[in-house]
Design a protein around this ligand. Structure first.
Ligand SMILES: [Zn+2]
Length: 355
């Protein structure tokens, strides 16, 4: 017979299993879900109404039969970024909790208002970019309340976090990852580097400008690193397309990271020849109008290359986008509308030497 003692302390639910067949591994509770070792469950985290409307965050928990780390996968911080969302749909049935070590937390669609209303960058409810308001606020607007729930229920319970994106609905993007080379200190930085290499994308943007204050972490992945948890941001896909190649790349990357963390059998497929991008710039428009790209994602540009231009609404050229340094086009807008101050493209310079 099993006797279960459940007690709540400081918001954490601890489950002790005692008896003749005492389990050494406890169940896990995340949001509305309590899952025993070897089990899985899916459900909704409720984000209650506040200053504005309520919403929900669909999550799944796969709690491996054996002990191991907790890995969180977050899709849909930007609601028009579909490849991560579909990749998680595909991954869920592939993973067998009975064979798995550790725990996988899946956030299927972080930004439900943006997903359902098909908005890029900003929430249709509060106009905020969810991936700029972490760690969120319990009493904030809906984006801030979503970020708060993801921080509290997912990131704070995880040991490792993969924040998975692609180019937004307007962005034509070649695959790459962001590796935060500062936040969290040496050990977190090195483990994050291992995550990036295991994920398998050979372009790795070395990001040194992310915040270091956990209370002002701004980004989803920085919310993890500033809390001492290795994390990276992934980019694969874009333009609102659900192409198999971009989705498969994410699935493969997640499986490889799970192998690195010894959550599933097998060896991770580490990037053999990583191209670390030591300088990168998001190039923004000085004007509002219609954008005409002249280069494509993945193209190499020289310093000064004309990458595209903006016209006014009558066709007069009013802004030229030129490469600020030699590098590779990581993404470029693939649709015409642009507002002053918004990104037109991102260029990255590959470091000379391997690290
Ligand atoms: Zn994104």
């Amino acid at each position: 017979m099993q006797i279960k003692i459940v007690f709540r302390a400081t918001g954490l639910v601890c489950v002790l299993a005692l008896g003749a067949f005492a389990q050494t591994r406890a169940g896990v509770t995340v949001g509305p879900l309590t899952v025993q070792p070897g089990g899985r469950a899916s459900g909704m985290i409720q984000v209650s109404s506040g200053k504005d409307e309520a919403t929900t965050i669909p999550i799944s928990v796969i709690h491996g039969a054996k002990a191991g780390p907790t890995l969180a996968l977050v899709a849909g911080n930007h609601g028009y970024e579909y490849t991560p969302i579909i990749a998680l749909q595909r991954l869920l049935p592939r993973l067998d909790p009975k064979q798995m070590s550790g725990t996988l937390l899946l956030v299927h669609v972080a930004n439900m208002p943006s997903f359902l209303k098909r908005t890029i960058y900003y929430s249709p409810v509060d106009g905020k970019n969810l991936n700029r308001v972490y760690p969120g606020k319990a009493d904030g607007t809906v984006s801030e309340r979503i970020a708060y729930q993801i921080t509290k229920e997912i990131i704070e319970r995880a040991d490792y976090v993969l924040d998975i994106h692609c180019g937004d609905g307007n962005e034509s993007l070649r695959p790459y990852s962001y590796w935060d080379v500062k936040a969290g200190g040496k050990e977190v930085v090195e483990k994050s580097r291992q995550l990036a290499l295991a994920f398998g994308l050979d372009r790795i943007v070395m990001d040194s400008e992310r915040p270091s204050d956990p209370a002002q972490s701004v980004y989803c992945s920085t919310t993890a690193t500033t809390r001492g948890k290795p994390a990276i941001t992934i980019e694969s896909g874009g333009l609102g397309v659900t192409d198999d190649e971009s989705i498969t790349r994410i699935e493969r990357g997640v499986m490889s990271v799970m192998r690195l963390l010894k959550m599933i059998e097998g060896q991770p497929q580490m990037v053999e020849h990583p191209m670390f991008i030591d300088r990168s710039d998001v190039l923004r428009s000085d004007e509002t109008g219609i954008f005409y790209p002249l280069v494509e994602k993945g193209h190499t540009v020289a310093k000064g290359t004309l990458m595209g231009y903006v016209t006014d609404f009558f066709g007069k050229r009013i802004y030229e986008l030129r490469a600020p340094f030699a590098g590779e086009v990581l993404y470029i807008l693939g649709t015409p509308p642009v507002s002053k101050g918004e990104p037109l493209a991102m260029v990255g310079h590959v470091a000379e030497s391997d690290r």
